[in-house]
Design a protein around this ligand. Structure first.
Ligand code: BES
Ligand code: MN
Ligand code: ZN
Length: 496
C-alpha cells in the first residue's frame, strides 16, 4: 500500500473515492465544502435521513453533483464535536477499508483532519490509520493453492489530506505507522508459519537476511556446540529431544551514539512446544507453533527500527529451540546447570520457556545493557489472569515498568503490570537443586517471572508475558504481531 500526505482542498481532489467525516448538525470543513459544491445535495440527504450517525456508519455515494471525485464516502464520526474512543476509531478505519475494498476502489483520499480521537493528537490519528490499514490488508496465504488474485482492482494508494501546517508531522506519523504495521506483519508471518518450516535454523537464516538490509545491523548465531562450551545447559535441555538444533540469535543494531549502552530485547523462540516428556494434551496442540511469537515480535521490532533508521543501539536476541519428546529428551527430575552456575531441577519439561530464556539473560550481561526486556508466550496462567486482550508486564525496576506501560498506552497495545514480590520466590524451592523450574499453580505467571528474575539481577529487566495476546484461536486463528507496537513506541520514546 502506498500512502501519500499532502495539503489541499477536499473538493479539488480527483480520486476514485473521497472520504470525509459527517456529523448530525454542525458539518466538518471537508463535508461543508462538498455540500456547497454540490449545492446542498449532501445536507439534503442528511435531512431525508439517508445516513445514520453511529460512529463508523457510512454512506457511499456515486457521482455527487459537481464533484471531481468519482465517489464520496461519508463516515459518521459520532455525536457533533465529541471525539471517538480509540476502539471506535479503530473499528471505523477497519470499516472504511472494507468498504473501499468491496467497491473495488483503487485509490482514495481522506480528509484526516475531520477525525478526532479522545486524548490523541493528529499525528497519532494518522499513524493509527496506517497501522489499522496495514493490519487489515494482511493475508497469510502462501500455502493456499487457490489464492485470491492480486489483481489490478485492489486498493493501491491512499492520500491523507491535511493542513499545510501539519503536513510534515503527518508525514512522519505515516512513515512510523508503515514501519510499525509492516514490522507487525513480519511478526505475524513468522508466527503463522508452521513448525516444520519455521524451526530454529529458519529463524537464524531470517536474522542473517535482515542483517543484509542495513549497514549498522549484524547478526551472530550460536550453535549447540558453542552454547555447550558456554555452559548453557538449561537452554540445551529444551532442544535435547529434538532433531532441530537450538540457536541463540543476536541481531546487533548499532545505530546510536558510540559507547551508549544498548537496549536488549529478547524473545522466546520455541518453534514448537509439545511439552516434551511432560507431553501436552493433543487437542489444540497445533497452536504451539505460536510459541515463538515472542521471537517473532523481536524480528518485527528490528524490521521496524531498521526501516525507520532509529539512532539507537538495540540488540534483538532470540532463544530458539524446539521442545520435543524423544530418547534424548530431558526427563522430569533431571538437574541441569545453567550458564550462571545455578542448578535447576526440571520438574516439568513443559515449563521450557524459562529454561531457554534464563541462559539468554545471562548471555545478555555481556552487552552491559541499559535494560533488558524479554517477550514470551510463557504461561497459560497469564491467559487466565488477563485474558486475550492484555499483555502481562513484570519487572525488577518500577521505572522501566512505567515506561513500558505508558508506551503500551500510547501505542494502543494493552498491557498491565502484575506484582513480583519476593514472597513468591519460595514457591521455586527444590529439595535437590538451587531451584525448581515450576512453582505450582498459584500465581503461575508471577513464579515464572520470579524464575527469570534470578538471571536478571545485574540490569533493569522487564518481562512481557504474551501468552494471551500473541495469537487468536478459532475461526480467526492467527498471530497478532503484538507487542510490536508497544515495543517500537518504547524505543521511539527513548529518542525524546
Ligand atoms: N508455551 C506454554 C505456555 C502457553 C500455554 C502459552 C498455552 C499459551 C497458551 C509454556 O511453555 C507452558 O507450557 N507453560 C506451562 C507452565 C507450567 C508447566 C508451569 C503452562 O502454562 O501450563
Ligand atoms: Mn511449554
Ligand atoms: Zn512454551
Amino acid at each position: 500500500m502506498e500512502f501519500v500526505v499532502k495539503s489541499g482542498a477536499a473538493e479539488k481532489q480527483k480520486t476514485a473515492c473521497l472520504i470525509v467525516g459527517v456529523q448530525k448538525t454542525s458539518q466538518l470543513p471537508a463535508m461543508q465544502a462538498m455540500d456547497t459544491l454540490s449545492n446542498g445535495y449532501l445536507t439534503g440527504l442528511i435531512k431525508r435521513g439517508d445516513i445514520t450517525f453511529k460512529p463508523g456508519h457510512s454512506l457511499l455515494l456515486q457521482h455527487v453533483p459537481e464533484a471531481l471525485s468519482e465517489r464520496l464516502l461519508m463516515v459518521a464520526t459520532g455525536e457533533d464535536d465529541k471525539p471517538l474512543t480509540v476502539s471506535q476509531y479503530q473499528k471505523l478505519v477497519g470499516h472504511v477499508i472494507s468498504t473501499l475494498k468491496s467497491a473495488n476502489v483503487k485509490d482514495a483520499v481522506i480528509a484526516i483532519d475531520d477525525f478526532k480521537v479522545k486524548g490523541q493528537e493528529l499525528s497519532w490519528i494518522a499513524r493509527q490509520f496506517v497501522e489499522v490499514i496495514e493490519h487489515s490488508l494482511y493475508r497469510f496465504d502462501d500455502y493456499k493453492s487457490d489464492k485470491p488474485k492480486k489483481s489490478a482492482d485492489v486498493l493501491k494508494k491512499i492520500t491523507l489530506l491535511t493542513d499545510r501546517k501539519t503536513v510534515n508531522a503527518v508525514k512522519e506519523a505515516v512513515a512510523q505507522g508503515q514501519a510499525i504495521g509492516k514490522g507487525r506483519n513480519v511478526a505475524r508471518t513468522l508466527g503463522n508459519l508452521p513448525g516444520n518450516i519455521c524451526h530454529p535454523t529458519y529463524l537464524a537464516d531470517e536474522a542473517k537476511a535482515l542483517a543484509k538490509t542495513h549497514a549498522k545491523l549484524t547478526t551472530k548465531v550460536l550453535n549447540e556446540k558453542q552454547m555447550h562450551d558456554l555452559g548453557m545447559h538449561s537452554l540445551l535441555s529444551v532442544s535435547a529431544g529434538s532433531a532441530q538444533e537450538a540457536k541463540l540469535i543476536m541481531m546487533e543494531f548499532k545505530n546510536g551514539k558510540r559507547g551508549a549502552k544498548p537496549l536488549v530485547l529478547l524473545g522466546k523462540g520455541v518453534t514448537f512446544d509439545t511439552g516434551g516428556i511432560s507431553l501436552k494434551p493433543g487437542a489444540g496442540m497445533d497452536e504451539m507453533k505460536f510459541d515463538m511469537c515472542g521471537a517473532a515480535s523481536i524480528f518485527g521490532v528490528m524490521n521496524a527500527i531498521v526501516e525507520m533508521d532509529l539512532p539507537l543501539n538495540v540488540i534483538g536476541m532470540v532463544a530458539a529451540a524446539e521442545n520435543m519428546p524423544g530418547s534424548k529428551a530431558t526427563r522430569p527430575g533431571d538437574i541441569v546447570k545453567s550458564m550462571s552456575g545455578k542448578t535447576i531441577e526440571i520438574l516439568n519439561t513443559d515449563a521450557e520457556g524459562r529454561l531457554v530464556l534464563c541462559d539468554a539473560l545471562t548471555y545478555a550481561e555481556r552487552y552491559k545493557p541499559e535494560a533488558v526486556i524479554d517477550v514470551a508466550t510463557l504461561t497459560g496462567a497469564c491467559v487466565i489472569a488477563l485474558g486475550h486482550h492484555t499483555t502481562g508486564v513484570l519487572s525488577n525496576n518500577d521505572e522501566l515498568a512505567e515506561e513500558l506501560l505508558s508506551a503500551s498506552n500510547q501505542a494502543a497495545d494493552k498491557a498491565w503490570q502484575l506484582p513480583m514480590g519476593e514472597e513468591y520466590q519460595e514457591q521455586l524451592d527444590s529439595n535437590f537443586a538451587d531451584m525448581a523450574n515450576i512453582g505450582g499453580r498459584p500465581g503461575g505467571t508471577i513464579t515464572a517471572a520470579c524464575f527469570l528474575s534470578r538471571y536478571a539481577e545485574s540490569y533493569p529487566w522487564a518481562h512481557l508475558d504474551i501468552a494471551g495476546t500473541a495469537w487468536a484461536s478459532g475461526k480467526n486463528k492467527g498471530a497478532s504481531g503484538r507487542p510490536v507496537p508497544m515495543l517500537v513506541q518504547y524505543l521511539l520514546n527513548k529518542l525524546k
